[in-house]
Design a protein around this ligand. Sequence first.
Ligand code: ARG
Ligand code: ZN
Length: 876
Amino acid sequence: MRTETPHPILLKDYKPVPYCVDKVELDFSLEPHGTKVTSRIWMRPNPLSTPKNTPLIFDGEKIKFVSAAIDGVSVSPVVTDKNLTLAKVPQKPFMLSISTECDPFKNSELSGLYISNGMYCTQCEAQGFRRITYFYDRPDVMATYTVRMDAPQSLPILLSNGNPGETGTSGNRHFAVWDDPHPKPTYLFALVAGDLAGVHAHFTTQSGRKVALGIYVEKGKEDRCSWAMEALKSSMRWDETAFGREYDLDVFNIVAVSDFNMGAMENKGLNIFNDKYILALPETATDTDYVLIEAIIAHEYFHNWTGNRITCRDWFQLCLKEGLTVFRDQEFTSDIRSRAVKRIQDVKLLRSKQFPEDQGPLQHPARPSSYIEINNFYTPTVYEKGAEICRMLKTLIGAAAFRKAMDLYFERHDGQAATVEDFVTCMADASGRDLKQFFTWYEQAGTPQLTVRGTYNQVEKTFDVSVAQATPRLAGQKKKIPLHMPLGLGLVGPDGADMPLQLEGVGILNAPRVELTKAKHVFRFTGVMQKPVLSINRGFTAPVLLKTNHTAAELLFLMGHDADSFNRWEAAQALAKTLIVKTVVALTAGKKPPSVAGFAKALNLVLADEKIDDAFKALMLALPPEAEIAANIGKDVNSATVHKAREMVRSLIAKKLLRPLKAAYARTADAKPYVPDPTGTARRALRYTALGLIAAANADAGVKLLQKDLKKISNMTAEIGALQALLTLDRAEREELMTAFYHRHKHDPLILDKWFAMQAAIPGADAATRIEKLLHHSDFKLSTPNRVYALIGGFAGNPSGFHAASGAGYRLVADVIVSLNATNPQVASRMATGFRSWRLYESDARTHAQTEMQRILATPNLSNDVFEIISRTLND
Ligand code: ARG
Ligand code: ZN
């Protein structure tokens, strides 16, 4: 049992370090159990700080202290399991050197220096460097690094940050030197040593400098890197044209590792990636994988400027680099693929991951003011809401001013560790706008709710749009204040065309939007000659929840006619949500479910429209997920009924659309060769959405089709698409085909992850039984994060299984959390976030969730990571 609660770290306690670091030299002698690290650190008293003679306190964890010296004279620091303290250091420039030892082989947390599949690699963000050597392990201490490493010759590839220097051999060992001229914080340090295959290319920057590009992977996987390499080149080009940012070293290397807690890491000049975001062949990766690889390569590359050249003053500012970099990668994807489709996908992600966080016990501002374990704050709020905040800034000040503000940001803060205030000040200075109220987006948690009413006055020819905004507060919170936000809108005339927007007191709007600053606004549009249908929050200009007074008929009209494609989709989602919620109510009361006829008819028109992109059609056909329905109902949810209701609506719609669905399926038959371009991706998205619906309407017909499809397997998208259509059908074929898939792919870890993830997605109140068996499958390993994310993460995202009233799902996930707590607290704590929506469910389920969370809290040696997530989830 935990005896004391850990002290939170507070934003308001920020203080600069008493001693600056200018330059660091690191020597590594790599050994699995006793890697020797010697640092030479050139330091001086910080002119910006503190009384003289302050002690020097370095961070350090799970390392063995060997010796230390100042300017060559041996010293004896006080060493604890967290720090190294020198009570007295010179009050003028000095060189501190420290020798330590660490055990990369035993490092199961995958933070610091560890061994993955025989390769040495590092993960230092956020606080892994302190597990390598003693240092100021915080982002505002930036220094240049020279790294020398020696290793057995059986590990021929030796990489670190910056540009390559001297190499050589002695006996059965060899060494390499790397030199990084750009000052950086510790979290961007990286080192790799392994017997790897390299794939090489080059890129010439806009100013004509030649950069050598390398992607290093396990031997035998070289043929799976070409997509990543192309994505890297297009990212480099895009950052030059879109933001004027050029790369700044002679080399850019990427290494793919199979054991990695996160997606990828932007270490300076040496990005390290989870395998699954590099390796791709048509027969191993799906369209979704291809698009993700492209986006994550871009994301990490873009960090070179937003993150590395300009970094964060402290970890509270994490969204300064993450929100902005996600925004940049979203724009990249929008520019090279379909902007309309990308926007919908991003909003789907926001709603499925960020909204539940923001509306439950784990809510926190995009810039938190307190944390216990910083690794718990790499969240959808920091990343995705952070990106929405950047997007709103761009909308508010306009594209030209936004670009000017970004230029100013790079000019003012290059080489610095900056704050969110610094960033927003650049936006204000470049645009001349007052962004004081806007800043609340960074400081206030919760999803604002807008209540919108449109009222037409036939006589006056006016249309009033009244908007009330409120951000709900959780128990014990103080009242939330109104936010400043742009709100896109349009008045759609009876012919489907937009009417002019003439705002009373302002005139014709030059941009189709208004701005909210108050709790209540009424916008009166004049000269509205016919009754329009209001299209509100077009393009999802603001990340809010909307309640409108639209009638079903108006939503059906928007679905077919809105010039804003986002709102066409949004209207369909709103209608579908209402249908499913009404069906839940009907099922619970033993009554007849509502008719889906109108909705199906509107979808039919979308399907038939040859001008509409296949990807958009696929998105229109997809119903909101069960978790969103549960949140919409808000309390005492029975997860089985929600599942049943959603499937019922799905099948009723599909029955009405069977003919056009079959036609869409036939028309989108696989073209060869497979290319993951926007057209091919769109075609397959529609094909497999249609197949899923066909199977929902008529299981026999669906199964027959997908069996035929699987006979001539040509790519992984087709294989997964066909199998996914089967997941909700409780039939013998499901087990047969899943088993066949397993045998076909059991030697490929990334494809096995897909198999585990599909198993985890199979719905039903008894799903936990299946997962339990899979936990004992010979291919399941708790020590491989990707496997845990696939099976346990997947299961926690399967509401009818995880939130089953029996509590079996909660018990199973709690068991896994307890096991992982000791070996990999970061992964354990990520699994713990699965409990965040427990309060939405019915009383039996809630009781079980509480019991399981209390059991987790009683675990001996509970990590701060898990403690923070579970105690907040249980108590807030
Ligand atoms: N900075 C990395 C990225 O956004 C993520 C690193 C996450 N690390 C962590 N320990 N939580 O690409
Ligand atoms: Zn990032």
